[in-house]
Write a protein of this length. Structure first.
Length: 131
């Protein structure tokens, strides 16, 4: 068993990828601590040809990780439902989602659930303004 502090990004990504369910039309990441990895690299290793739903629940993702997820979705227009509940998202992610939908009118995204995300509003605003 490797010491958690000595684990490389690659180890963490492989571990997280192994805990990601890709059954049929759903990609799920539930209860894993995704906030400790390079989320863009993680998404680049998934090949979701048939995925219509992406569920990321209790994974600790932040607005930064949500942006990487939106980049992934821009390359995979078959995703219709996005569920990102019980993470650390703020209204910054809502603004990013709105901008994503405006820039990607061909996106297949029809439903988004973002309930129970917790970031202090002042912290989110300082991140949005580059602080």
């Amino acid at each position: 068993v490797k010491n958690e502090s000595k684990r490389t990004q690659a180890d963490c990504i492989l571990d997280l990828k192994g805990r990601t369910s890709k059954g049929g039309e759903i990609i799920e990441l539930i209860g894993a601590e995704a906030s400790k990895i390079n989320f863009s690299a993680f998404w680049s290793r998934l090949v979701p040809e048939l995925a219509k739903t992406v569920r990321i629940i209790k994974a600790g993702i932040t607005d930064y990780h949500f942006d990487a997820l939106l980049r992934f979705l821009s390359r995979h227009s078959g995703v219709e439902t996005l569920i990102v509940t019980n993470n650390r998202l703020s209204e910054v992610s809502v603004h990013a989602l709105r901008a994503f939908l405006e820039r990607n009118p061909g996106s297949g995204l029809k439903r988004v659930y973002m309930g129970n995300n917790r970031i202090v509003r002042e912290h989110a605003l300082s991140n949005w303004q580059g602080g």
